[in-house]
Structures are given as structure tokens and as C-alpha cells.
Design a protein around this ligand. Structure first.
Ligand SMILES: [Zn+2]
Length: 479
């Protein structure tokens, strides 16, 4: 609504000497709510003065620290309350009536769950939400120069010298030799995952399974993957997909659910296939480390199965019926490192492009995940997919270099049909989950616990950003 007005105030601020008006900094912070793709389009030329960007950055840091302090204080309060309740239980055990005992059990149980939720916000929700905003601020600041450099590269044809520029030869070029040697490692890994009980059960619906397999195979056929792809859809609400060495692609139900169109899903699958094609896992580790990775995984599984220590992540695993598989599997097994992640982003964009998809799918999905706090179910995804601006920037560069394709596919009727089938499956799964006794709630009949936050709650409503005090600097024109 206020875009035009914002542009006016911004150019006003750029022209003005001295510190920018506070309201302009608020306007800049508002910009950070926009999707990455909109910001790329709007940031071909500089729009904000350096001082304003600096102020916005300071405000973001301040706001993140304030948000963290607030939740840490809350966690401390919960711990104190928990200690008091447990102390009471211990010292007055013999004098407690049945009703009093039940009340204390409920209080302890609810405090434990609430404490877990707050820890989740501290460890994951707040860092990702702010990292995402900082990345968008980086974009606004740095993309204009980057954009000019890209145009110059295109003008001189120098994009042909970038790594993996030979996109006409996808499928025939050698991204990594001997992919087939990874098949045994992948098989071992899958076996061990099954033995440890860490692998959620497979989704049995043929419509969903068939759709995901076909889509994955279509992309694989237009990629540098030379091993047969083995696709498994897992019946878990975790938002994650991962490929084990040798072409074992696992897609969790939650991820399929979270995508809005076929191009988004294609983008994620293409990214995972790139790890297979480039043999990232193999390059990162020795074969024998697989055993030690699974030794750790087995210990995590033991915790889940015995309902032992309920830690962060595990709480969600138990409460919401997903296993946080990506948290349990060592990142090395997935071939994740900064350098490999960037390479997988580049190759993934190429494979989605080569399979005829709208290449913005991956970025749009990434944005959706990073922006909504409901990403909690997708912790594993972020866990294995580090820093934001650098990745967005490099994908955007690659998209600028890829030759244009006529009418790329955004979505298909088959995607919609699959989503309809999936919605029914998920509704049933949620119903079943509600009936299952919870390991974290052994005391029955307790008053319901108001959640610390809702899965889709924006971070702003959890931690309202510090409002700018009215400024003495003349304010910008009103919309
Ligand atoms: Zn990756």
C-alpha cells in the first residue's frame, strides 16, 4: 500500500544530509518483510543511504537481543517454578492429598513442556527469524553492485567461464566420477537407520508416493545423477528431505505439505539430487565414519524409545510425531558444508531449469520456511542448510546466467490432485496423533496448557520490535 510513498521518502533521505529520519529506518525494516524475489527485483539500484542501512542493522541486533533476553527470562522463571513445585513434592509427599498430588504432577508436567517450547524459541525460532531479516538487509545493501557486475558479465559473455557453465551438457558432463561407488554406503546407511528405529514409516498412499517418485525421476533424468534414484516418502510431519549417498532420496510428508506448487517441490528435490551427483558425502568423509554416525543416531533413538530425557527437539519429536531425523543424522552423511551447499544450490537450480521448471521455486520455498515461525517442524531443514544471503545471492546469479526457457512449469493439475490426497492423509494422521498417549504427558486430566507460541505465529507477535521513539527530525510525508 505504501510502496510509492516509501520510495519517495527514501530518495528524500538519500538526498538529505545528516542522520536519516527515524521513520525512514522503520520503513526500511518494513521492507524486510517482503519476499526475497521482490527484494531482488526492487534492488537493482541502491535505494537506501548507508547510514540508514547501518541504523537498521543496529536496530535488528537490538531487537534480537531484546527478544532473546525476554525468552531467557521466561525460561529462568519456569525453571524456578519447576524447582519450587518439585521441592514441594519432595518435602510434603506424605501430607499431600490425592487432589493436591495430581495438581502438583500437572504443574510439573506443564512447566516441563512449556520450558521445552521456550527453549525451542530461543535456540531456533529467534535465530532463524533474525538471520533471515539480516540476509534481506544484506540483499538491499549489496545486490545493486552485484546486479551491475552480473550485467557486465552477461555483456562480455564471461558467464561461460563460471564453474558448471556447461548446462547444455547436463547428464553428459562429469560432475563427480564413480557415483555408483556410493550405492553400498547408502544401502548401509538406510539399513542402519531402519535398525535404530529412526526412520519413520513409509507413507503408503499410492497417489502421493507415485507422484513424488515420478517428479523426482523426471528431474533425475535431466540431471547429472547416474545412479538409480530410490525415492521414499516418509509418513512424518517434519519438513525435510534428504538424500543419502548413492541415490537414496527421502522426502518427508511435512515437506510435500509445505510446498505451494510443483516448482517449489522440484527445486528442493533438485537440490538434494545435486548432493548425490556431486558425491558430497563421499568427499566429506571416510566410509568408516558412517558406523560412528549411526552409533550416535542409535543413542538418540534409545532416548526416544524409552522416553528418557526429554530435550528440545525430542519434545517435538514426541509431541508431534516426527523424529527430527535430520537432527539425528550427522550432517557429514548428507555431505553438508558451506562450499557443498552452495554447489548444490547452483546445480539444483540447473536441474530444475533443465527439467523445465520455474527456477524460482527453491528460493520461494526457502523464503516461506525462513519467514514463518512455523518452521519449527522444519528445524532439520535449516539445520542442514546454513547462511542465507550468500545462498540467495548465488542462486539469483545462477538464474541470471541460465538461458531463458519458454513457459517454465510452475505447477500442474497432478500436483493439486496429490495435495488433495495428502490433505486427507494428514488430517487422519493428526487425529491419530491426538489419540496416542504422549510420552511427555503421563499425568492424565491436567488443565490444558496454553502453548508458548502457535506453529505459524510470526516472530513479531512473540517479540514486538522496539518501537522508534518519536523523532525530532522532521518526519517524511504521510501516505
Ligand atoms: Zn543441501
Amino acid at each position: 500500500m505504501c510502496t510509492l510513498c516509501l520510495v519517495t521518502t527514501v530518495s528524500g533521505a538519500q538526498l538529505r544530509a545528516g542522520p536519516p529520519a527515524q521513520s525512514d529506518v522503520d520503513g526500511l525494516l518494513q521492507e524486510l518483510q517482503k519476499p526475497y524475489l521482490d527484494l531482488f527485483r526492487a534492488s537493482m539500484t541502491p535505494r537506501f543511504a548507508a547510514t540508514m542501512l547501518e541504523q537498521a542493522r543496529r536496530k535488528l541486533t537490538e531487537s534480537r537481543e531484546q527478544c532473546l533476553r525476554r525468552f531467557k527470562a521466561r525460561a529462568k522463571g519456569q525453571e524456578r517454578a519447576l524447582a519450587v513445585a518439585q521441592d514441594k513434592l519432595r518435602t510434603q509427599a506424605s501430607r499431600l492429598s490425592e487432589a493436591e498430588r495430581h495438581g502438583l504432577h500437572c504443574e510439573i508436567q506443564n512447566l516441563r513442556v512449556a520450558r521445552s517450547q521456550v527453549q525451542m524459541v530461543i535456540d531456533h525460532a529467534i535465530p532463524v527469524a533474525y538471520q533471515n531479516r539480516e540476509a534481506k538487509l544484506d540483499l538491499i545493501e549489496r545486490w545493486p553492485a552485484e546486479y551491475v557486475a552480473i550485467q557486465q558479465t552477461l555483456a562480455t559473455g564471461a558467464q561461460r567461464t563460471r564453474r558448471w557453465s556447461d548446462v547444455e551438457d547436463i547428464g553428459f558432463r562429469e560432475v563427480a566420477r564413480d557415483q555408483d561407488q556410493d550405492v553400498r554406503d547408502g544401502e548401509d546407511a538406510v539399513k542402519q537407520l531402519r535398525v535404530t528405529g529412526l526412520l519413520p514409516r513409509e507413507l503408503e498412499d499410492d497417489a502421493v508416493r507415485g507422484y513424488v517418485r515420478q517428479l523426482a525421476e523426471r528431474i533425475a533424468a535431466r540431471s547429472d545423477v547416474h545412479v538409480p534414484l530410490r525415492v521414499t516418502v516418509l509418513d512424518s510431519k517434519e519438513i525435510n528431505a534428504f538424500a543419502l549417498p548413492g541415490g537414496f532420496l527421502f522426502v518427508e510428508r511435512g515437506l510435500v505439505e509445505a510446498t505451494d506448487d510443483e516448482a517449489q517441490l522440484a527445486g528442493v528435490l533438485a537440490h538434494e539430487m545435486s548432493h548425490v551427483a556431486a558425491r558430497h558425502a563421499h568427499k566429506l568423509m571416510q566410509r568408516e565414519t558412517i558406523a560412528s554416525i549411526f552409533y550416535q543416531a542409535a543413542q538418540v533413538a534409545a532416548v526416544i524409545l524409552t522416553g528418557g530425557v526429554v530435550g528440545v527437539g525430542m519434545y517435538y519429536a514426541l509431541q508431534y510425531g516426527f523424529y527430527g531425523l535430520g537432527l539425528a543424522i550427522d550432517l557429514k552423511l548428507l555431505g553438508v558444508s558451506r562450499e557443498f551447499e552452495l554447489e548444490a544450490d547452483q546445480l539444483g537450480a540447473q536441474y530444475a531449469w533443465n527439467a523445465g521448471y520455474d527456477t524460482t521455486g527453491f528460493v520461494r520455498f526457502f523464503d516461506k520456511m525462513a519467514t514463518r515461525v512455523g518452521y519449527v517442524n522444519g528445524i532439520s531443514w535449516f539445520h542442514s542448510h546454513p547462511p542465507f544471503y550468500e545462498r540467495m545471492r548465488q542462486i539469483q546469479r545462477e538464474l541470471a546466467f541460465l538461458p531463458a526457457r519458454p513457459s517454465p512449469v510452475v505447477t500442474t493439475p497432478a500436483f493439486d490432485a496429490m495435495k488433495a490426497a495428502l490433505a486427507r492423509i494428514s488430517a487422519r494422521a493428526t487425529e491419530e496423533e491426538a489419540k496416542r498417549p504422549s510420552l511427555v504427558a503421563p499425568e492424565q486430566g491436567c488443565p490444558p496448557l496454553p502453548p508458548e507460541y502457535q506453529p505459524d505465529q510470526p516472530i513479531d507477535t512473540l517479540c514486538p520490535p522496539p518501537r522508534t521513539p518519536p523523532s525530532s527530525v522532521p518526519s517524511s510525508p504521510r501516505c
